[in-house]
Design a protein around this ligand. Structure first.
Ligand code: NAD
Length: 426
């Protein structure tokens, strides 16, 4: 089947490469000409383990190509995936400008039955909006308007393990009532169906909400454990053990109970704010989600206070900051909690020498005041202490003897609980 994936970012590129690997003929479209050029040269514009190899293999075997020309790509495809960004507007709601642009183009180039699949995370009702925009543009262009079906197929992949998550998902959600569209989707995902991955086939609106509700719940777990962490500190209890004791309960589960500086990345912050705004627009209040957001912001402030206290006041101090991305194995700096924490430290008069294995180029525009270093050891040179902010594996096994010699003081503030405090002290 010929497939077009619009948007070659984290989700579009992974979706395109994986569908090509399933045997589809995929053309990836992006309006960013420089990105398309990079991809055509066989380079990958983002850091995502395994993606370069998968893209190269499928491009070499003739199943994956890239273009900036959306019209011909739509005309040539049976299924059109929309995987463009849906960034937050100032009030937290999702900006659907890119989705609208693509929907209109699809209508203009409707030359036969097509399944239009929304992979981007979008508010409930977007499917209907996409349908109307396509119908309107098709009518204006004189195409038969019945020749398409809109499907919501939200994506649950995590950056850093995106290919594994796409190839081996916990579930596939397909939102459509159109039997032809469902058949096309089941064909596209046949390798997953054959591997007994559960499929949830439902209406468009329900599918759209499954994504927001899932991210809202995961963010809730993170804010919950961060609030319990503050309680543990006040009580002298060990939050790591509390989380383990909780997580062994099958009804709770161990994941997303790691305490730290809070959630980040391109999804949880934006999606929790968006779902809260969707409810507000309807005159409803999602009280748990509102609290999750408030705890999230309080957690970031608490991290700055902890660092300030540990350094005996940050004024005039130099901090070696290890980790900038919101999690390891990604260069994505969107909504990284390290940004407000670093800004908080700078506001208190600190200088920051930073190192991140992948995210430094991305970080520079958000945090131009930092001194970017080539390694953790270089960052520690002459610093008054270390702050570990992202749980990259390479930060789990640093030569602390060597760091101790370059640091002005043996001070480590471990915001990710990578180390046992007693072993670190030893
Ligand atoms: P991204 O910003 O990395 O990529 C989006 C791409 O779309 C960009 O390359 C941009 O140039 C391109 N684009 C925008 N308008 C276009 C147009 N009219 N024509 C062609 N290309 C266009 O975004 P992303 O992280 O891949 O996220 C995409 C969507 O998927 C968002 O809705 C996001 O919430 C959702 N999502 C993201 C993740 C994640 O981990 N990043 C996971 C699940 C869902």
């Amino acid at each position: 089947m010929k497939v077009c994936v619009v948007g070659s970012g984290y989700v579009g590129l992974v979706t395109g490469a994986c569908l090509a690997d399933f045997g589809m003929r995929v053309v990836g479209v992006d309006k960013d000409a420089a990105k398309v050029e990079t991809l055509r040269r066989g380079e990958i514009p983002i850091y995502e383990p395994g993606l370069k190899t998968l893209v190269a293999k499928n491009a070499d075997e003739g199943r994956l190509s890239f273009t900036t020309e959306l019209g011909p790509a739509i005309e040539d495809s049976r299924a059109v995936f929309i995987a463009v960004g849906t960034p937050p507007r100032p009030d937290g709601s999702a900006d659907l400008t890119f989705i609208r642009e693509v929907a209109t183009q699809i209508g203009r180039h409707l030359n036969g039955f097509k399944v239009v699949v929304t992979k981007s995370t979008v508010p409930t009702g977007t499917g209907r909006m996409v349908e109307e925009l396509i119908r309107e543009a098709a009518r204006e262009a004189g195409h038969p308007v019945q020749d398409f079906a809109v499907v919501s197929n939200p994506e649950f992949l995590r950056e850093g393990s995106a290919i594994e998550d796409f190839m081996n998902p916990d579930r596939v959600v397909i939102g459509s009532r159109d039997p032809r569209a469902i058949e096309v989707m089941l064909d596209l995902y046949a390798p997953l169906k054959n591997a007994d991955v559960p499929f949830v086939v439902t209406g468009v609106e329900t599918a759209e909400l499954i994504k927001y509700a899932s991210n809202g719940f995961l963010a809730t777990k993170i804010s919950f454990i961060n609030e319990i962490a503050a309680l543990c500190e006040a009580l002298g209890a060990d939050v790591e053990v509390v989380a383990r004791g909780m997580g062994l309960d099958n009804r709770i589960g161990p994941k997303f109970l790691q305490t730290g500086p809070g959630f980040g990345g391109s999804c949880f912050p934006k999606d929790t704010r968006a779902v809260a705004q969707i409810a507000r627009d309807l005159g409803l209040e999602l009280r748990i989600i509102e609290a999750v957001l408030a705890v999230h912001e309080a957690t970031q402030r608490r991290m700055v206070e902890k660092v300030d206290a540990a350094f005996g006041g940050l004024e005039g101090k130099t901090v070696a900051l290890l980790g900038l991305a919101f999690k390891p194995n990604t260069d994505d700096m969107r909504d990284s909690p390290v940004i407000p924490i670093a800004r908080g430290m700078l506001a208190r008069g600190a200088r920051i020498r930073a190192f991140d294995p992948a995210a430094m180029d991305e970080a520079r525009s958000d945090l131009p005041e930092l001194t970017y270093c080539a390694s953790a050891y270089e960052a520690a040179e002459g610093a008054d202490g270390v702050v570990i902010a992202t749980e990259w594996n390479q930060f789990r096994s640093l030569e602390w003897g060597e760091l101790r010699r370059t640091l002005r003081a043996p001070l480590v503030v471990d915001l990710r609980n990578l180390y046992d405090p007693q072993r670190m002290a030893a």
